[in-house]
Ligand binder design. Structure first.
Ligand code: ADP
Length: 191
């Protein structure tokens, strides 16, 4: 099993890179953002709950997110490993992920952070908002609110994974192919 956590602010390129990496390494891509949006478009109870938070730029509560993530892992028992995208976002979620993987005798192999500065990311998200239809990509104030949430709740995870010697930083600026190459250099260490 190779379990990779793709780490980085909204717009850093996690979803874009996951599309290439999942094929290259035969991994199942789990994006919690996509899962939330799936539940939302199907108007499930979970979707309505998640939306009430994400519409305001807040993270969805940990217990809701963890449950959804576990269900998705359980649905894919035969994979080579997982690419976690957008999860974990808090220390509590990281601890829950470690405990859950351990219950299956698995673990997080590496956390790879895509680095880019906020001004580039805001521009990317506003661009994505033109085609994604995502309300949270179309409002600059809301995007900056998401970065504030990230800095407060998600950035501390870097230390959590550094302590486990599982944290790798990759420059997220450059062509999509260049960034895939940089990520591959890290993943190849474990493949
Ligand atoms: P995330 O999943 O981290 O929120 P995405 O993969 O959706 O980010 O990328 C956010 C936006 O940035 C998308 O519109 C995408 O096309 C664009 N993007 C992704 N990677 C790059 C890159 N290397 N250079 C320029 N734009 C990029």
């Amino acid at each position: 099993m190779i379990n990779i956590v793709l780490f980085g602010k909204p717009g850093a390129g996690k979803g874009t890179q996951a599309e290439f990496l999942k094929t290259k390494y035969n991994l199942k891509h789990i994006s919690t953002g996509d899962l939330f949006r799936y539940h939302k478009s199907n108007n499930t109870e979970l979707g309505q709950l998640a939306q009430s938070y994400s519409d305001k730029g807040y993270l969805v509560p940990d217990d809701v997110t963890i449950k959804m993530l576990q269900d998705e892992v359980e649905r894919n028992p035969d994979t080579n490993g997982f690419l976690f995208d957008g999860f974990p976002r808090t220390i509590a979620q990281a601890e829950a992920l470690d405990a859950f993987l351990e219950s299956k005798s698995w673990s997080v192999t590496a956390t790879v952070a895509l680095e880019a500065n906020d001004e580039i990311l805001v521009a990317r998200l506003l661009e994505r908002g033109k085609t994604s239809g995502r309300a949270d990509d179309q409002d600059e104030a809301l995007i900056r609110k998401r970065y504030q949430e990230y800095n407060e709740k998600t950035a501390p995870l870097a230390d959590y994974y550094k302590q486990q010697q599982k944290f790798y930083e990759v420059d997220g600026i450059g062509s999509v192919e260049e960034v895939t190459e940089r990520l591959s250099l890290v993943i190849d260490k474990f493949n």
